[in-house]
Design a protein around this ligand. Structure first.
Ligand code: ADP
Ligand code: MG
Length: 206
C-alpha cells in the first residue's frame, strides 16, 4: 500500500461509518449514551476533509494527521482512543511511503498498545479491544503461515467478528457502559463493532 491507497481506504472508512452510523448509535444507546455512530461519523468527516492536503505526504504523516484529527474533532472516549491508535500507527510508519504486511501488523500492535495505555483497559472489558486484540493475533498467525495479504486481513476480520459476539456475553467494566454493569450483558459493544467495520474496509481494499 502507498499513500494513495491509504487515502482511498480512509475515504471508504468514512463511507462505511456513515452507512452504519445509525446502527452504531443504536448499539451505544442500548448500553450507554447513544452517540458512537455520531462521534465516528463526525470524526471521519473531518478526516476526509483533510485528505486532499495529504497526497504528497508519507504514510506516517497521514496516519498522524488522522489520529490528531480524531482526538480533536471527536468528544467522548472513542475519538481519543481511535485517535491514539492512528497516531501510534503513524509513529511506526514515520516517513515511509510504502506499507507491507509486516508494517501493517506493527501498526496494529502499536494501535492496540496505545488504546490499552490511553484507556487503561485490557481484553475482556467489553470494549474495542475485544475485537482489536483477537484480530491482531489472528493476523499475526495468518501472516506467519505466509498467507496472502488479503487472506491475512480477512482472518483478522473473522476474529474481530467473533470478538464482537464475545462482547455480548460479558459486562462492561470500562467506559460509559460500565455504569450499567451486568445489565450490559446481551448487548454487543459499539466500539468493537466499529473497529470490525474499519478492518473490513481494509480487507476489501486489498
Ligand atoms: P463515549 O463512551 O464517550 O460516549 P463513544 O460512544 O463514541 O464514546 O465510544 C464508546 C466505545 O468506546 C465503547 O463501545 C468502547 O468500545 C470504547 N471504549 C470506551 N472506554 C474504553 C476504554 N477505557 N478502553 C477501550 N475502549 C473503550
Ligand atoms: Mg457513547
Amino acid at each position: 500500500m502507498n499513500t494513495k491507497t491509504i487515502l482511498e481506504i480512509l475515504v471508504k472508512m468514512h463511507q462505511k461509518i456513515e452507512e452504519e452510523k445509525d446502527f452504531l448509535t443504536e448499539l451505544d444507546n442500548a448500553i450507554a449514551d447513544g452517540d458512537h455512530g455520531i462521534n465516528m461519523a463526525k470524526g471521519f468527516a473531518v478526516v476526509e476533509s483533510k485528505l486532499s492536503q495529504l497526497q504528497e505526504q508519507s504514510i506516517g504523516a497521514v496516519l498522524k494527521t488522522v489520529g490528531m484529527t480524531l482526538v480533536s474533532a471527536v468528544g467522548g472516549s472513542a475519538g481519543p482512543l481511535y485517535g491514539t491508535a492512528f497516531m501510534k500507527a503513524g509513529m511506526v510508519m514515520a516517513d515511509k511511503s510504502i506499507m507491507d504486511m509486516n508494517d501493517f501488523l506493527a501498526c496494529m500492535k502499536a494501535a492496540v498498545d496505545g488504546v490499552m495505555m490511553r484507556g487503561r483497559s485490557v481484553q475482556g472489558e467489553k470494549t474495542m479491544l475485544d475485537a482489536m486484540i483477537p484480530a491482531l493475533n489472528a493476523m499475526e498467525k495468518a501472516n506467519s503461515e505466509d498467507l496472502p495479504a488479503k487472506a491475512v486481513v480477512e482472518a483478522g476480520v473473522k476474529a474481530a467478528r467473533n470478538g464482537v459476539e464475545y462482547t455480548k456475553t460479558i459486562p462492561a467494566t470500562k467506559g460509559r457502559a460500565s455504569y450499567i454493569g451486568e445489565r450490559s450483558i446481551g448487548h454487543q459493544d459499539p466500539g468493537a463493532t466499529s473497529f470490525t467495520y474499519l478492518l473490513d474496509v481494509v480487507a476489501k481494499a486489498l
